[in-house]
Design a protein around this ligand. Sequence first.
Ligand code: SAH
Length: 243
Amino acid sequence: MKIYVVGIGPGDSKFMTPAAKAAIEKSDVIAGYTLYVDLIKDMTCGKEIRATSMKKEVERCRMALDACLEGKTVAFVCSGDAGVYGMAGIMCQVAEEHPEVEIEVVPGITAACSGAAVLGAPLIHDFAVISLSDLLTPWEKIEKRLKLAAEADFVLVLYNPKSKKRVMHLDRAVELVGMSRDMNTPCGYVKNIGREGERGTVCTLAELSGNDDIDMFTTVFIGNSQTEVINGRLVTPRGYRDV
Ligand code: SAH
């Protein structure tokens, strides 16, 4: 009995690992959020689909577990990497009472990496990934992480920068980062990475604030004190460079 928790990458199948493709091929049931199951529909022909749109994450894991307990091999798909704000952890927790169920986590390209490639090379050196979603993390903790990571001069990657309900979080994040970083710091954001309508934009820290172009399908990059724009590309030097 096996559940693969599969990171399918940002969208386009060319960014999916051969191991992720193999796990999907070997599975009888494809489970997950409707949007992600749709992204891989070319590969799921003839397989049983158990996709949900509105259900909570725990319920989605239970659904995958139930399919597995029926004796089926299940691919539980997540966008990007399965362990970065993905379902791998919750799946292990939900299946705790069923040690007979083997859980294999299959990694994928996370939005920080696929988005960075669109913008140039903003990560290169030390960086911190922070989600602005306060659904599972208290907002005070997110503020503290933003403040301290900015002070420590990490390049920052912001996931879940905005949703219909959370419109002010990004503006507040810019304000907090701006306490220790120049408002002209080179930044960027990428929408719909590896999907239709992919677009990368290079801008300044100030321009991230009040930006209506940024939504929940966007990943935001905030440069550190060394980050520069080279021929339109966002680049953070390695630190030891002296050219
Ligand atoms: N497991 C995913 C992250 C899920 S959290 C991963 O590793 O990439 C959801 C957030 O990830 C989105 O709000 C957005 O900030 C980012 N994201 C995921 N896929 C994206 C894509 N294709 N384009 C842009 N941002 C994306």
